[in-house]
Design a protein around this ligand. Structure first.
Ligand code: HEM
Ligand SMILES: *[C@@H]1O[C@H](CO)[C@@H](O)[C@H](O)[C@H]1NC(C)=O
Length: 317
């Protein structure tokens, strides 16, 4: 029998191959093929956020809604065709998802900077989400890259897999579990609601019917969200909707969550402790948010020969 040290290199190779097969993504994916790709995305995102702070929130949300529907594959960007019943018209996105024009602009500028279409639309969403959070004062992280774009989209899957604002904690945990995301990821990533806005129709039942709500807060929200009508009126998801901070969690502890699903994270259940921790410890929230964003970005990417690099993010090549 050969001495056991001879097997060591083989074992190391097997170990590397095993980790690599779970994901071919790397933060350095575009370093050689297009070193200008990431600076270009950052430039357009910063300009868009400077023009309208909310756009940073919209771009963060778009990456989330992309990843939760059959992986981070740019499927949310596909327009409807005779063969594609797309995700844009799914309940959680229709008349709600915004930022598609900014993504078009990024794609145009990135392809120009690279001289050819080498950067996927799925990667653009992942980088734009990070750059948006940074532009609004939140944490930075190294975005894993090398995703390819889908040739399909699914309105049905978007309707089934994107969590609803009317869910309680067990249902929220279930939608995250389906993606391989745990309860800690749910709480950390819900901190995405540190920025941006929601429409009256999505929190109306909470401010009129829920009893786990601060009465003064409910009254204040009712002023711009009447029982009848006003369905598209906006309210901030937390009091500092243009800054990525921990006010979202501080508010949950005060029973001032805007969405029913927000307050579900602090309602006497298993996630109360973590909400409290984040409300008091911005460093812990930042670190966990960054970690969970990377994990979300790793949901079922298309790599190797799967999928394609779209020329136009709205259409299959
Ligand atoms: C946990 C389950 C979640 C539910 C039920 C949920 C639900 C919602 C709803 C109903 C809105 C308002 C949409 C509208 O009024 O048109 C919203 C907005 C938003 N969501 Fe979530 N969300 C969840 C998780 C997340 C996650 C994980 C992120 C990102 C990490 C995120 C980021 C955002 C952002 C940034 C906005 C504001 C968008 C804007 O102002 O354009 N959400 N969410
Ligand atoms: C999306 O919203 C529009 C109104 O803006 C509506 O006409 C259309 O039926 C909605 N689509 C779906 C699939 O519900």
């Amino acid at each position: 029998m050969a001495p056991s040290f001879l097997y060591l290199p083989l074992l190391v190779m097997v170990a590397l191959a095993t980790t690599a097969s779970s994901s071919y993504l790397s933060p350095y994916y575009y370093n050689k093929v297009c070193p200008n790709a990431l600076p270009t995305i950052k430039r357009i995102v910063e300009a868009a956020v400077q023009k309208e702070r909310r756009m940073g929130a919209s771009l963060l949300r778009m990456h989330f809604h992309d990843c939760f529907v059959n992986g981070c594959d740019g499927s949310i960007l596909l327009d409807d065709t005779v063969t594609i019943d797309g995700e844009k018209n799914a309940g959680p996105n229709n008349n709600s998802m915004r930022g598609f024009e900014v993504v078009d602009k990024i794609k145009y500028e990135v392809d120009k900077a690279c001289g050819k279409p080498v950067v996927s639309c799925a990667d653009i969403l992942a980088v734009a989400a990070r750059d948006s959070v940074v532009a609004l004062g939140g944490p930075a992280w190294k975005v894993q890259l090398g995703r390819r774009d889908s040739t399909t989209a699914s309105r049905t899957d978007a309707n089934n897999d994107i969590p609803s604002p009317f869910m309680d904690l067990p249902a929220l945990i279930k939608t995250f579990d389906k993606q391989g995301m745990d309860t800690g990821d749910l709480v950390a990533l819900s901190g995405g609601h540190a920025i941006g806005f929601a429409q009256c129709r999505l929190f109306k039942s909470r401010i009129y019917n829920d009893d786990n709500i601060d009465p003064n807060f409910a009254r204040a929200r009712q002023a711009t969200c009447p029982r009848n009508g006003g369905d598209t009126n906006l309210a901030p998801l937390d009091p500092t909707a243009a800054v990525f901070d921990t006010a979202y969690f501080k508010n949950l502890v005060k029973r001032k969550g805007l969405l029913h699903s927000d307050q579900a994270l602090y309602n006497g259940g298993t996630t109360d402790e973590l909400v409290k921790t984040y409300s008091l410890n911005a460093g812990a929230f930042s670190a966990d948010f960054a970690k969970s964003m990377i994990k979300m970005g790793n949901i079922k990417p298309l790599t190797g020969r799967k999928g394609q690099i779209r020329v136009n993010c709205r259409k299959v090549n």
